[in-house]
Design a protein around this ligand. Structure first.
Ligand code: OFO
Length: 177
């Protein structure tokens, strides 16, 4: 029998599983957005969003593996169907920024729980998510600003789509996942 301290507390396990579900939902949301962009002729945006969807799935996997390694129990969530119709790229990137701000707040709540529970290993593990959110929010703000400048200009949107196709969704951070 292993000593007790190896086991993950129930509160932490439940909070992490909530985050697993949120990362899965994020991956799905980006997937729906990518598909919309592809159908509407924005191939560069679609590539960017497909890539982002994959990264969110990696974030989910990283949590699942951490929970199980710490003798917790990861729950694979069911995922609700995301919104699949958008009026414009502006709406998509506005929704992305809102969603990422929401995720950041959830990560912060999770960090707070680990401090309350004195689970410093999980606290340390979550720092990766804290910096990831910082980057994703900054990138989403940058893209929103660009779209505001472009407005309805067709050439501007064409160049935006082309540039986004070669843009990284976040830093090399994700390859460590
Ligand atoms: Fe999982 O990185 Fe944002 O949502």
């Amino acid at each position: 029998m292993f000593p007790n301290y190896l086991y993950m507390k129930k509160t932490i396990n439940e909070a992490l599983n909530k985050q697993v579900a949120l990362e899965a939902e994020s991956s799905h949301i980006y997937l729906a957005m990518a598909s919309w962009a592809e159908k509407n002729g924005y191939q560069g945006v679609a590539n960017f969003l497909y890539q982002h969807s994959d990264e969110e799935r990696i974030h989910m996997l990283k949590l699942i593996r951490f929970i199980n390694e710490r003798e917790g129990s990861a729950i694979i969530p069911s995922i609700k169907q995301p919104k699949d119709n958008y009026k414009s790229l502006i709406e998509i990137f506005h929704d992305i920024l809102e969603h990422e701000v929401y995720v950041t707040n959830e990560i912060n709540k999770l960090v707070e729980i680990t401090l309350k529970e004195k689970d410093f290993t999980t606290h340390h593990f979550l720092q990766w998510y804290v910096s990831e959110q910082l980057e994703e929010e900054a990138l989403a703000r940058q893209i929103n600003d660009k779209l505001k400048l472009i407005g309805d200009d067709k050439m501007g949107l064409y160049l935006f789509d082309r540039d986004l196709g070669s843009m990284k969704t976040s830093n090399e951070n994700d390859s460590n996942a």
